[in-house]
Design a protein around this ligand. Structure first.
Ligand code: H2B
Length: 99
């Protein structure tokens, strides 16, 4: 789970996320997406749900909330790049956002 994804495996794992609005960060070590919600309670409620899932997985997002937007970057810091943990957490975030 914490092994760096590289080459074909990385491309295949990223493909569906890129189609849903995620993008690779300029340094190639993470994936990023900005989520927009109806209002602040919706944004913060989603963050709370994600926080519980992240803690359970022992894998945590880098994120920034401004009113009803949440900017997210996912990277496995200990591995120095993208692992299955980031792919899975991105999927959880999308699902909890109703996508
Ligand atoms: N989250 C992320 N995104 N990257 C990590 O390397 C990481 C983490 N490491 N959450 C975990 C916690 C580590 O610090 C604990 C001790 O397992």
């Amino acid at each position: 789970m914490r092994d760096l994804l590289q080459g074909e495996a990385r491309a295949a794992a990223l493909h569906p996320l890129l189609a849903r609005g995620w993008a690779e960060t300029p340094d190639g070590k993470g994936i990023a997406r900005t989520f927009r919600f109806r209002d602040f309670p919706a944004a913060f409620g989603w963050m709370t749900q994600v926080a519980l899932a992240a803690e359970k997985a022992d894998h945590h997002p880098d994120w920034r909330n401004v009113f009803r937007t949440v900017e997210v970057t996912l990277s496995t810091h200990s591995a120095g790049g993208i692992t299955r943990l980031d792919i899975d957490l991105a999927g959880t975030m999308d699902r909890l956002a109703g996508e």
